[in-house]
Design a protein around this ligand. Structure first.
Ligand SMILES: NC(=O)c1ccc[n+]([C@@H]2O[C@H](COP(=O)([O-])OP(=O)(O)OC[C@H]3O[C@@H](n4cnc5c(N)ncnc54)[C@H](O)[C@@H]3O)[C@@H](O)[C@H]2O)c1
Length: 380
């Protein structure tokens, strides 16, 4: 008996065009290739239409390696291609604005890596353009898509912690600790990692009203490719939220031993929760009403009834860093195919704008020594 040919995949395809084939180009390509068979059945089946980057030999190789149907050394070829439904910008921070605006101009749905922009004016231009065009938009604050973080969000939405007393958010890495090193990127700690911590604070606890901040550098004169680079190595923010809650948000690229520690703790009248990216599947939960058995419990968030675990393996099989990117892009592909909202789970360009406004207020506070109100979102 001969083999029977398999049936074609009849789900709606969503054509992706990627700008960039570096670290994030790899992470997003991995996600786009994985989604069709892990998220089954689902609508919004990503199709790898094209990839663009600067260097011909590298972009050609990336297209073959990841399975893109086409490639170009000019991102304009991607944003104008009719097979592309989603323009996914995984280029460096400095390349987020112009190509993404051009894609919106061609009516494409847009994904942009964080930070959406390095200043609030550019972030507003992107938010405004996407809103006017009515296209779906996502900023890659991927940590929202860890199962433990989503469970924390659900607990907070349900009021399980009662009245919030205090919250602390921290993102620490070590790779800039040697002051003699030439930097691998021109941006500093606020854009590189503090943007994630600010988004986690807003996602879990609410909007930030004002900030007081200090920024330090261990070597202010460091360079990137021979040109002066943003020197900020640490930032410490004391934030007051619209709700009145006071939160600390800090980040450092000069913390020896801290490999990639995004961690937070939130305390309320009924209990506390804490999470640490270096132990990503564990949510620490303390409930005051547990009586004499009260104590921090390590809740391993791997049960298959969790919406971000369900598409993966049977209960109790751990997920890692790449799964959050895959969960995030699967959510976006479905939003495009089904016309469902990206928010509240996914970060939209409005969230990217709010993070840029908080970062800008932190910079102003550090420069002036004053507490700074975070700007309102300008009228459109
Ligand atoms: N969400 C996350 O977890 C996360 C992690 C790391 C980086 N990022 C963000 O992702 C983005 C990309 O970072 P990365 O680490 O992948 O960088 P990378 O340096 O590894 O890759 C950048 C890519 O952009 C291309 N590129 C550079 N300059 C260009 C130009 N002028 N025109 C067109 N293409 C150009 C490069 O060839 C490369 O393919 C950045 O915005 C960064 O902040 C996000």
């Amino acid at each position: 008996m001969a083999l029977t040919p398999s049936s074609p995949d009849e789900r709606r395809s969503v054509g992706f065009g990627l700008l960039g084939y570096g670290f994030m180009g790899r992470a997003h390509s991995n996600a786009l290739r994985t989604i069709p068979y892990i998220f089954w059945p689902s609508t919004g089946c990503p199709e790898l239409v094209g990839i663009a980057g600067r260097t011909e030999s590298s972009v050609r190789e990336a297209a073959t390696r990841y399975g893109y149907a086409s490639w170009s050394t000019d991102w304009r070829d991607l944003v104008s291609d009719e097979r592309v439904d989603v323009f996914d910008n995984v280029g460096p921070d400095a390349e987020h604005v112009e190509p993404t605006l051009a894609a919106i101009g061609h009516g494409k749905h847009v994904v942009c890596e964080k930070p959406l922009a390095s200043n609030a004016v550019d972030a507003f231009r992107l938010y405004d353009a996407a809103a006017n065009a009515g296209v779906k938009n996502l900023v890659c604050f991927n940590y929202r898509f860890f199962p433990a973080v989503r469970l924390a969000w659900e607990m907070l939405q349900g009021g399980e912690l009662g009245e919030l007393h205090q919250a602390r958010f921290r993102y620490s890495q070590e790779w800039r600790t040697d002051p003699a090193t030439e930097l691998p990127s021109p941006t500093g700690v606020l854009d590189i990692i503090c943007s994630h911590a600010i988004d986690q604070a807003r996602f879990l606890c609410g909007e930030i009203a004002s900030v007081s901040a200090e920024i330090t550098s261990i070597a202010p004169a460091r360079t990137y490719r021979g040109a002066p680079a943003q020197a900020d190595d640490t930032v410490s923010i004391l934030a007051r939220l619209d709700s009145g809650l006071v939160a600390t948000i800090d980040a450092s690229l000069v913390s020896p031993g801290r490999k990639n520690q995004l961690a937070w703790e939130i305390n309320g009248s009924k209990g506390s929760i804490a999470w640490d990216l270096e132990h990503p599947n564990v949510l620490q939960v303390y409930r005051r009403d547990a009586g004499r058995t009260a104590g921090f419990a390590e809740v391993i968030v791997t049960e298959a009834d969790h919406p971000l675990v369900a598409p993966w393996w049977p209960s109790a099989h751990v997920l890692g860093w790449e799964h959050a990117h895959i969960n995030m892009l699967a959510h976006f592909a479905s939003a495009v195919a089904d016309g469902t909202p990206v928010e509240p789970y996914g970060a939209t360009f409005l969230d990217g704008l709010r993070v840029a406004q908080v970062a800008e207020a932190a910079r102003e506070s550090a420069a002036t020594g004053r507490r700074i109100e975070v700007e309102e979102v300008p009228a459109r």
